[in-house]
Design a protein around this ligand. Structure first.
Ligand SMILES: CC(C)(COP(=O)(O)OP(=O)(O)OC[C@H]1O[C@@H](n2cnc3c(N)ncnc32)[C@H](O)[C@@H]1OP(=O)(O)O)[C@@H](O)C(=O)NCCC(=O)NCCS
Length: 404
């Protein structure tokens, strides 16, 4: 029996689409032409890896090349989506072989970190991805929305179409530069992953402009008529650049008084509970979202911006990374001139961390000192932990607006 993992050719994309469609029970999977066509239109064959047993494709994964914002700059990011094994070949280690293989592939492509969303964290942790972002879902009845603050100006709202991504892009770009997790979006990403996703009901889009005509916020939302969210307004993305945009867009949804509920995704740092007069009527559910893996530590540190432009410090860090030997070893990592950096050294480490926990530290999701308090990082002294906290600091808590 022969077994191999490799990138796919364009002829093999239809088989990959079929494995993925079965695994996620995609609508229309019995007539694959449309799904395979979409895949060909929205991606490149070499974004895909497949495992093959005696020439038959047994599992597939796709790594979308994107860039993620952190501390005002971007990092090349391998967005892993989807991963699927054929039901005929599960639990034979084929997904594992592909995930291991993908680490070197992403490194060759300069994707210095990687992320994915999954209901199976235990699977990906084996290969070094770890939880590194979370989100909250708010649910409230529109008639319960009484605000503790009023906007200074009412401005005006406009509805846009899904083809109007260019009007949203400058607002999103300005927002992304101040946040931790959003992707740098081009037309393809806006259309295929945000506004025209065939697996979701049609989107509505509203933009808010100030009295002087500046576009300062928008929301992408849906009003499903079937399924568990029927009758609700589901706000998928609410992006605001000013307090007035934030207040006006919430008041906009509160005005949807015929809808059963408003369901709104937000970061854990979102202040809606403070804004709502009857805060006890706000239902809040929280959960983890994206898992990260540092693919190439040295390059990732070179790309990464520091939280504070004026801070300078270093720490000697030992990373244990069996699956990515180029990361494994002792590093002098630090911040200077507004960036982070790392170089190999032959010194006694002050901090020791596994590749897996490094994923949570890298984007500021977990502070090294907190990881230490919970036994996930070892440290020779408190000062080293303090320096590590400064090196891996993020200006904002991670929150991914993109669904992938
Ligand atoms: C999840 C999925 C990709 C796993 O594929 P697979 O080829 O069966 O996985 P492997 O055999 O390579 O398993 C690798 C390891 O992960 C473990 N594992 C597999 N699926 C797992 C799961 N759902 N949760 C936790 N661990 C899992 C295996 O037990 C194995 O561990 P071991 O090395 O200690 O034996 C496959 O079941 C699938 O396609 N599911 C439906 C689609 C899906 O959920 N995709 C992932 C969404 S992010």
């Amino acid at each position: 029996m022969s077994f191999e993992v490799r990138t796919l050719t364009s002829e093999e994309m239809a088989d990959a689409a079929a494995i993925s469609a079965y695994a996620f029970n995609a609508p229309g999977r019995h007539e694959m032409t449309e799904l395979a066509e979409r895949l060909r239109r929205t991606s490149q064959p070499d974004w895909f890896l497949g495992s093959f047993e005696d020439g038959e494709m047994t599992a597939m994964m796709c790594v979308l090349p994107v860039e993620m914002y952190l501390n005002g700059g971007t990092l090349p990011f391998g967005a892993v989506s989807p991963v699927a094994s054929s039901p005929l070949h599960r639990r034979k280690g084929h997904a594992a072989a592909m995930l291991r293989y993908s680490l070197a592939t992403m490194r060759e492509r300069g994707q210095v970190i990687s992320g994915l969303s999954t209901p199976h964290p235990a699977l990906y942790r084996r290969y070094g991805w770890e939880i590194a972002a979370d989100a909250r879902a708010y649910c409230f009845k529109p008639k319960d929305f009484r605000s503790m603050a009023r906007p200074r100006q009412r401005g005006r709202f406009r509805m846009l179409k899904t083809t109007d991504w260019q009007e949203l892009d400058p607002i999103h770009r300005a927002y992304a530069q101040r946040h931790n997790g959003p992707f740098l979006r081009g037309e393809g990403w806006w259309r295929d992953y945000v506004l025209e996703t065939p697996w979701r009901p049609a989107h509505d889009i509203v933009v808010w402009q100030s009295d002087s005509g500046e576009s300062e916020g928008y929301a992408v939302y849906q009003q499903p008529s079937t399924g568990p969210d029927a009758g609700k307004v589901v706000v998928l993305e609410l992006v605001t650049l000013s307090g007035d945009a934030y207040l006006n867009l919430h008041l906009y949804f509160a005005g949807h008084d015929i809808n059963r509920e408003i369901l709104l995704w937000a970061s854990r740092q979102d202040p809606l509970p403070v804004l709502l007069e009857d805060a006890e009527k706000l239902e809040i559910k929280e959960g983890f979202t994206v898992m990260l893996r540092v693919i190439d530590f040295e390059a990732a540190m070179r790309w990464r911006r520091a939280a504070r432009e004026d801070d300078v410090c270093e720490v000697v860090l030992r990373i244990e990374d069996e699956l990515a030997p180029w990361n494994d070893g002792t590093w002098r990592a630090g911040i200077a001139e507004g960036r982070t950096h790392a170089a190999r050294v032959d010194e006694e480490p002050e901090i020791e961390v596994s590749a897996r926990v490094l994923g949570s530290l890298f984007n500021g999701y977990l502070r090294p000192s907190v990881a230490h308090e919970s036994g996930m990082v070892t440290a020779s002294n408190a000062d080293a932990l303090d320096r590590a906290d400064r090196i891996f600091a993020a200006r904002k808590a991670p929150f991914f607006t993109d669904h992938f």
